[in-house]
Ligand binder design. Structure first.
Ligand code: GSH
Length: 194
């Protein structure tokens, strides 16, 4: 049985929950309040006890993108979320790198004071503009829905003022509509747990 230590509103945890949901895997929830983390998470992912943390039998796997690749490699089904060809995998990992500055900027907007805001907004916009250039006219980031879309969705859909539509990024705006219509995305990005 898989167990996920997570916080409902954490965008990194949202990635993992979307993936588990899309893959149809059964998992046990250990949901927490980030302001009152249980001691177990510090032992499982020192020093900060960051979540998500996936436990699979004796294996403890932290970090959303490491978990993403592990789940696909260990529990992947017939419809791959990580392309099977080397180039598709390389392009997925490149998109992970493109999303990282957006994730950092969204984190600064959540935690930083008003003085951090202009630079964080600039960084978020710059990251999304780069992804826009690689987004197809129609469809998901790499054609079929996969880990690249899951990595981006919780961050690109988090703040209405930084949504692709608000930023005037037409390809990503169409992608955002398409990705938000997936039940697993809608359920796991909802303001509250069902
Ligand atoms: N690189 C990690 C980042 C995870 C992360 O930053 N999680 C936040 C919650 S959204 C966390 O647990 N931070 C430590 C804390 O709040 O003390 C990942 O992809 O999973």
């Amino acid at each position: 049985m898989l167990t996920l230590w997570h916080a409902w509103a954490c965008p990194y945890c949202q990635r993992t929950r979307i993936q588990l949901d899309e893959m149809g895997l059964a998992w046990e929830s250990r949901e927490m309040d980030l302001a009152r983390k249980p001691t177990e998470v510090f032992a499982m992912n020192p020093p900060l006890g960051g979540v998500p943390i996936l436990v699979d039998g004796d294996a403890v796997i932290p970090d959303s993108l490491v978990i993403a690749q592990y789940l696909e490699e260990r529990h992947g089904g017939e419809v791959p979320l990580l392309p099977r060809d080397a180039l598709g995998r390389a392009r997925t990992r490149l998109l992970f790198d493109r999303v990282a500055p957006l994730a950092a900027a969204i984190g600064k907007l959540a935690k930083g004071g008003p003085e951090a805001r202009p630079e964080a907004e600039r960084a978020a916009r710059a990251a999304l503009e780069l992804v826009e250039r690689e987004t197809p006219q129609d469809g998901y980031l790499l054609g079929a829905f996969g880990l690249a879309d899951i990595a981006l969705a919780p961050f690109a859909l988090r703040r209405p003022e930084l949504s692709p539509a608000a930023l005037g990024l037409p390809r990503l705006a169409r992608w955002a509509e398409r990705v938000s219509s997936r039940p697993a995305v809608r359920r796991n990005l909802a303001a509250r747990a069902p």
